[in-house]
Design a protein around this ligand. Structure first.
Ligand SMILES: [Zn+2]
Length: 322
């Protein structure tokens, strides 16, 4: 059997056919900006799914499920997307409309969920975790994630649980787009790390740092160039990274203090450079965590289930019918 995964992102909508070994055997992409209205998006997803099925030479009856991950609050009992700020959707009956557009037999096996929940399920299943209590923290433009307790995804009363990025770690500091101050993601997301490096570059008036040599101008800095400077042991880059580790450890410690999962998995492109910060973060968390004297403590690992980070959204969504 095959599964279809649809990852609805702010830039692209990626659709993939996933086989039993969790490999993507066919893929296509739609620019989100070309389908700004929900009706257009639903039609584009439905026809994209059907075309991809025929392109890959399978039939609709070979499809075990169609799963859709959306960047917002997916209300499972009504099928509505309650709020998706990147798409501009509010209170939209997304799932019923998609089922209608897909028709029989696909409509009966179509599911949706928040994209971070889908990614957490994807990592949990493909990573072969045997632990019942698992948490995934995704470091990207913001910080999102998913919580699995006793083998079940925790969605909360309104399906908006696991918004780790909007846990404040400093109420006196800068504002966040959610309206609060000092949110974890304004300090510890991948985007926040780049922002912190840019601030330091601007203070480095002599432009001695490798960050300047690697970029030329601050707007060219990205995570990859930052870690190139870290690899070369650039003093400024290392200083920025040490401070970032403190922020990351602080937030992870909060999460562990609340849930004490057996394993906490970090994901996102920035984890490709985990060799430069993960050991430090692990030791800091162990020093800070309330359970520090316990014999058992949460293992902090990097996601390993899905090899290509670009495929996490599709494979996670494809597993929503599990
Ligand atoms: Zn916030």
């Amino acid at each position: 059997m095959y599964r279809i995964g649809v990852d609805v992102g702010g830039t692209n909508i990626a659709i993939g056919v996933v086989d039993d070994s969790y490999s993507i055997i066919g893929k296509r992409s739609i620019k989100t900006s070309q389908v700004p209205e929900i009706g257009q998006m639903i039609e584009a997803i439905a026809s994209g799914v059907k075309e991809l099925i025929s392109e890959t030479g399978i039939s609709e009856s070979d499809v075990a499920c169609v799963g859709v991950g959306v960047p917002g609050t997916a209300e499972l009992d009504t099928g509505k997307v309650m709020y998706a700020n990147n798409l501009g959707f509010e209170d939209e009956p997304f799932l019923p409309r998609l089922k209608e557009a897909l028709g029989e037999p696909l409509c009966e096996k179509t599911y949706f969920d928040n994209d971070a929940n889908a990614a957490a399920i994807g990592e949990y299943v493909t990573g072969g975790y045997t632990e019942k209590n698992f948490m995934m923290v995704t470091l990207g433009t913001g910080i999102g994630g998913g919580i699995i307790i006793d083998g079940k995804l925790i969605r909360g009363v309104n399906y908006a649980a696991a918004e780790f990025g909007h846990m404040s770690i400093n109420i006196d500091d800068k504002g966040c787009n959610c309206g609060r101050r000092g949110c974890f993601e304004t300090y510890a997301s991948a985007a926040a790390l780049v922002e912190q490096a840019v601030d330091s570059m601007e203070k480095d008036v002599d432009k001695k740092s490798l960050l300047w040599k690697n970029c030329g101008k601050v707007s060219d800095l990205d995570g990859e160039k930052f870690f190139e400077a870290v690899k070369e042991k650039d003093e400024l880059a290392l200083k920025v990274l040490s401070q970032y580790e403190i922020y990351l450890a602080e937030g992870l410690t909060n999460l562990i203090n609340i849930l004490q999962p057996e394993v906490l998995v970090l994901s996102g492109g920035i984890t490709r450079a985990a060799e430069y910060y993960l050991d430090d973060v692990r030791s800091m968390v162990l020093e800070k965590v309330y359970s520090r004297s316990s014999k058992k403590n949460t293992r902090i690992e990097v996601a390993h289930g899905i090899k290509d980070a670009g495929d996490v959204g599709i494979i996670g969504a494809a597993l929503l019918g599990e």
